[in-house]
Write a protein that binds this ligand. Structure first.
Ligand SMILES: Nc1nc(=O)c2c([nH]1)NC[C@@H]1CN(c3ccc(C(=O)N[C@@H](CCC(=O)O)C(=O)O)cc3)CN21
Ligand SMILES: CC(C)C(=O)C(=O)O
Ligand SMILES: [Mg+2]
Length: 771
């Protein structure tokens, strides 16, 4: 029986459950991560990581020394860590041996690059051989020399552990919370017992659990999982204990076939013939578009001189992979509403975007003679976005102080003169200044610039009703949920498309936490994407993505760091501001960076307030299980919605010991406990990263808040992917859970190559580009 002492004395941390007792970084400073926290002033002690960056200009960031710092073995586990390149390897040479990946060449699903001479210059690096999109994609930077390490525990059994979570040896996995438990590190200070909610159901029956986010009728415990709108006879019995849960889970599985819509979906997923047909249909439509003579004048303007409708090699490669390569099981599982999301179709629906893509593709098939000339210019540049500059780390210098002390805000009216800008903190500028560039803030009468006009056009050609599968949920709870600020101000949004017909009318003005809860209640799945800038935010927002995450994955997808641990609050806030400003409907969530919330609930509060004030996000996300329950409580009680994140928590990769699936075998119980505790603490949703599918399914049933899976199977309430993975912008080895829906990298490479070639051969600029 897990009583509150399980949490008060932190016994649960010490139940080593098959964890590597000596994960990486035994000597790493832990000041930010686990300091003797709450009462002590927060004093940054840089360098906070084992390898402080070198002074500017001294040595390359990814110097070999980092091998020594982290160890070769660890580095090999990190698919995001830019590695030293074999200098002799030519850029177009695929890796001889790579970690098995569905996106690498060879046996992993990506056909080798076709020979040159088909109109598209060779890509500097093919899938499967490059690292993050950050610094210097070089030949084969990620070809590991050994296969990934075996998982900590054997593959998950067909059913969940049968022991109740009250068993001390199983009620926690020891590190599912944040990956730093049970590894020999000093325990954290005890937490106030009254704040913690035991996850076991027996206690739930004795006490009225918190139901902050519990929707729907019925006096169910907060960890009840009767949330999905399934026929009552199909519901498994309410599991009050884990053993029951396992039983119920099994029952739920066996009844899957009884759910006609579900089984139909799965049949479709696994029907290659149907898929082929859909693909060909899509391609035909796409080809028809290529011939479409009805192009807008404004687009002709950008048309290259030498029209060549041949699609670039990049697309052929992309499609070839989709068609020919043996697709992995995981890809099939994650197939969205099948071909709906395939590019040609979506291009058709998004007319303007399709034409734009075509322009690029036509351009990509341009001058071949000059390829050799521009080859050099298309080589990956050594762009080191990683800051060598001052490293303030973005942490509050004094989290015990009031926010206003740390970052004073001057709430000045929008019309204020910019003359005072320099003297104010970034946050003080707020939207008054930024909104001019934010599509959501530009009134129609101000649409005078080319960009603004395009925005207005795009708004009028918003996604057709059939795409992508929009959660219709928002409707009921929002019906006429016109999100007009009662306080006036930027909520005018006069360029926002009118809520007219189709799904547009079903979408709320702004997705809010309760809409996500409604989705879950109705069994409607939805997608979250990361976004780090204005345009992606705008695009995803208009595509109907209800939640955008400004992830700390910006570390490796924007800043070029090797892990998310490096990104700071000060680095993330500007990105979050751009996204929040650009997103009209989406709920914008920002990750709290590593070190910015673990110290204490107060620290978490101050950091979250910064994101709310300075970036304008509507919610924050933080990683960890029961260890962060006090932080979640503090934030939610302060009016800050919190998205929790358990399973593989990248900020704890060094403690976890690499990129590993979490919650296998006996760890499952602890993970479930974490999920239940976080829901009880008030989190509005829960990310499950790299969690076995059956465990994620069980958690999804158990808690009333939406679960968002990434590498957690199909049974979570929602999915999330890093957008550069989803759209094929970055190269390199992809995690298994990634599916690429486009080849942006190929498109951009072609565009840049063609541009450079035309500049080189004098084709650009032409007369029409000249004033
Ligand atoms: N571009 C990008 N995509 C992501 O999914 C992502 C980021 N960046 N940055 C932050 C975290 C880190 N994440 C990661 C990183 C690596 C693996 C990975 O290598 N997984 C392997 C091994 C799994 C195993 O050992 O079982 C895989 O094949 O999925 C997974 C998640 C997810 N996040
Ligand atoms: C992968 C998602 C969930 C994330 O945390 C991030 O992008 O930072
Ligand atoms: Mg993150």
């Amino acid at each position: 029986m897990a009583d509150s002492s399980d949490y008060e004395d932190d016994n649960w941390r010490d139940r080593g459950l098959g964890l590597d007792p000596s994960p990486s970084l035994p000597n790493a400073p832990r000041t930010y991560e686990r300091g003797p926290v709450p009462q002590q002033p927060y004093v940054p002690k840089p360098p906070f990581l084992p390898s402080a960056p070198p002074p500017p200009g001294q040595q390359p960031y990814y110097e070999p020394q980092r091998d020594e710092q982290y160890g070769r073995e660890h580095q090999e586990q990190n698919p995001f860590r830019p590695q030293q390149q074999p200098p002799a390897t030519p850029p177009t040479t695929p890796p001889a041996q790579g970690r098995p990946s569905s996106f690498g060449p060879g046996s992993n699903g990506v056909p080798a690059r076709p020979p040159a001479g088909n109109g598209t210059p060779p890509r500097p690096s093919s899938n499967g051989n490059a690292g993050w999109s950050g610094p210097a994609p070089q030949p084969n930077p990620f070809a590991p020399s050994s296969p990934p390490p075996p998982p900590l525990s054997p593959p998950p059994p067909p059913s969940l552990p049968s022991s109740p979570p009250s068993s001390p040896s199983q009620s926690s996995n020891g590190h599912s919370s944040n990956g730093v438990i049970g590894n020999g590190l000093p325990p954290q200070p005890p937490r106030p017992p009254q704040r913690l909610q035991p996850p076991d159901a027996s206690r739930a029956q004795q006490e009225e659990p918190r139901r902050r986010y519990e929707p729907g009728p019925g006096p169910e415990p907060v960890w009840g999982h009767e949330r999905r709108p399934e026929p009552p006879q199909q519901r498994p019995p309410e599991p009050s204990r884990l053993s029951d849960a396992a039983q119920a889970y099994g029952a739920g599985r066996s009844q899957e076939g009884a759910r006609p819509d579900e089984s139909r979906r799965r049949e479709q997923r696994y029907d290659p013939q149907q898929e082929d047909a859909r693909r060909r249909e899509s391609e035909q439509r796409y080809e028809a578009q290529q011939e479409d003579p009805a192009r807008r004048e404004g687009e002709r303007r950008y048309e290259p001189q030498q029209e060549d409708a041949r699609r670039p090699e990049s697309e052929q490669r992309y499609e070839a992979r989709q068609e020919d390569a043996p697709r992995r099981e995981s890809e099939r599982r994650y197939e969205p509403q099948q071909e709906d999301a395939r590019r040609p179709e979506s291009e058709q629906r998004y007319g303007a975007q399709a034409d734009e893509a075509r322009r690029y593709e036509v351009a990509a098939a341009q001058p071949r003679e000059s390829e050799r000339v521009v080859e050099q210019s298309t080589q990956p540049q050594e762009i080191r976005l990683r800051g060598d500059g001052p490293r303030e780390n973005g942490y509050l210098t004094d989290p015990s102080a009031e926010y206003e002390v740390n970052a004073p805000m001057t709430e000045e009216p929008p019309g204020e003169s910019p003359a005072t800008e320099g003297s104010r903190p970034i946050g003080a500028r707020r939207r008054a200044d930024v909104q001019q560039d934010a599509p959501s803030q530009v009134p129609a009468e101000q649409v005078t610039s080319h960009r603004a006009a395009r925005r207005a056009f795009a708004n009028h050609t918003e996604p057709a009703p059939t795409s992508p599968p929009q959660p219709a949920a928002a409707t009921n709870s929002t019906g006429g949920d016109a999100e007009v600020s009662p306080y006036g101000g930027p909520a005018a949004k006069s360029n926002q498309p009118a809520e007219t017909t189709g799904d547009q009318a079903k979408r709320p003005r702004r997705y809010r936490v309760h809409h996500l809860r409604d989705f879950k209640n109705r069994g409607e799945k939805w997608a979250m994407l990361t976004a780090y800038d204005q345009y992606t935010a705008e695009i995803f927002d208009q595509a109907g993505i209800p939640v955008l995450l400004v992830g700390d994955s910006a570390a490796n997808n924007v800043y070029g760091y090797d892990t998310t641990l490096r990104v700071t609050v000060d680095e993330l806030i500007p990105l979050a501001r751009a996204v929040a400003n650009a997103a009209q409907r989406a709920l914008v969530v920002a990750d709290l960076p590593f070190g910015s919330y673990q110290a204490s609930p107060e620290q978490a509060f101050h950091t979250a307030v910064r994101f709310m004030k300075e970036a304008g996000v509507q919610a924050v996300k933080l990683e960890g299980g029961r260890t962060v329950v006090p932080m979640v409580e503090k934030l939610t009680q302060s009016g800050i919605p919190v998205m929790a994140h358990i399973g593989f928590t990248p900020q704890s990769e060094h403690s976890i010991g690499g990129y590993r699936v979490q919650g296998r075998g006996e760890q499952a119980a602890g993970l479930i406990d974490d999920a239940v505790a976080l829901a009880a603490a008030g989190a509005f949703s829960l990310v499950l990263e790299m969690v076995p599918g059956d465990v994620a399914a069980e958690i999804t049933k158990r808690i009333p808040i939406p679960t968002i899976g990434i590498g957690a199977g199909r049974d979570t309430d929602a999915q999330v992917l890093v957008w550069q993975d989803m759209a094929g912008l970055r190269s390199g080895t992809m995690p298994r859970f990634v599916k690429q829906y486009a080849d942006l990298r190929g498109i951009l490479t072609s565009a840049a190559t063609s541009y450079a070639a035309e500049v080189a051969n004098g084709a650009f600029p032409a007369d029409e580009h000249t004033f």
